[in-house]
Design a protein around this ligand. Structure first.
Ligand SMILES: [Zn+2]
Length: 107
């Protein structure tokens, strides 16, 4: 059993789970229904987690997830940490202040 992905979004986790299953990778989601506990638990302990059952599937599962998320990462708008301006996803730095996009701009 290996944890391969954590997301704040249970819908996204369910979507990734179905993609993994479609690739014949046995997996499960933990914390899927704990959303209501956020605020009582440390936030990252309440997030849904995707686990692969067989360690041998880990690399394949990670590539399925990376392929699935790549287009989203490119197109999702992000908020500049320098000036708080919203920037379109295809840009790697802020149009207003030039701040370079950070790896997890949504956090
Ligand atoms: Zn900026």
């Amino acid at each position: 059993m290996k944890k391969i992905y954590v997301s704040a979004d249970p819908v996204q986790c369910g979507w990734l789970e179905s993609l993994l299953q479609a690739s014949n990778i046995e997996c499960l989601v933990r914390n899927r229904f704990l959303g209501g506990a956020i605020g009582e638990l440390p936030i990252n302990e309440a997030w849904p987690e995707i686990w692969v059952v067989n360690d041998n599937d880990e690399a394949r599962a990670e590539s399925v997830i990376a392929d699935a998320l790549a287009p989203l990462l490119v197109t999702e708008d992000w908020r500049c940490a320098g000036c708080q301006e919203w920037v379109e996803g295809q840009f790697g730095s802020c149009w207003q202040c030039g701040h370079v996009r950070e790896s997890n701009p949504a956090a």
